[in-house]
Design a binder for this molecule. Sequence first.
Ligand code: ADE
Ligand code: ZN
Length: 337
Amino acid sequence: MTERAFVEGLPKAELHLHLEGTLEPELMFELARKRGVRLGYGSVEEVRRAYRFKNLQDFLNLYYKGVEVLREKEDFHDLTLSYLEKARSQNVLHAEVFFDPQAHARRGVKFETVIEGIHSALLEAEGRGMSTGLIMCFLRDLPQEEAARTLEEALPYRDLMVGVGLDSAEVGHPPSKFRRVFERAREEGFLLVAHAGEEGPPEYVREALELGVIRIDHGNRAMEDPALVEELARRGIPLTLCPLSNLRLGVVRDLKEHPLREMMVRGMKVTVNSDDPAYFGGYVNENYLAVREALGLGRRELVTLARNSFEASFLGRREKEERLKELERYERSFQRS
Ligand code: ADE
Ligand code: ZN
């Protein structure tokens, strides 16, 4: 069995995925036509050529422009379902996905439109054997008051979401800015995650932990603080790493310099994810394959990454055990072959 086939067959969970970041140029064009939105690009190829980013902000500028084609429930449904179908084809058994309601509210698209569109697609995928979780992210470059308003608007749909997160431009917007709204979300029973240490310093990872975050999105720069590394390892706080995103946004110069392997050696619970696959040149399997190649990971390490993805998920204990058993069966089957 080739290494590619091994990764493709590996049962896995995806835990760091922005639905708006799965908008492929083909669907962007189709929706732009349908909704009468001017894109400013002549072709799908031209859009793809524009995907050369200097940093996170450079990418976010295009990402927020792209979302302008999403207007109706059906658009959110189609976007979500096409991602879930792709994920399923890559043996993703469980997906926890982010959405950015504020990126739609500021264009006059109602919370209800966004969440009902997304939720109907999640239900469809669940009917086909996948499990899913939905995480609402606050845009950290907007004021806390707007996040608080978004949270209140979300409460009638509380049961459709497992958690809340924090994304968008990191530097200058520390997690502590959102202390009150995270506190309120926790009281409502949301599980807490946050992007931290992607471009921002290790202090932002510490602040995220102080907010009660139980999983860190990215976390690369935690490696600059040995005491923090030790704490993350000791507490088993998962990190959702996104190698191709890190490469495309200049968080690492070369994948050979990616901290994933070093993190594993230090005993940190790391997972591999795709972040915004339509923009960064690969879905989850391409991310596994890219780090495998760059860091020389063996099958045992790939299985550890997949095991971590289920262990770090927000699945209930029984479902988690079932997914882990499926992974064990996979591991045993290749040991025999
Ligand atoms: N929004 C979408 N992708 C993001 C990322 N990688 N970091 C921060 N915010 C984002
Ligand atoms: Zn992200």
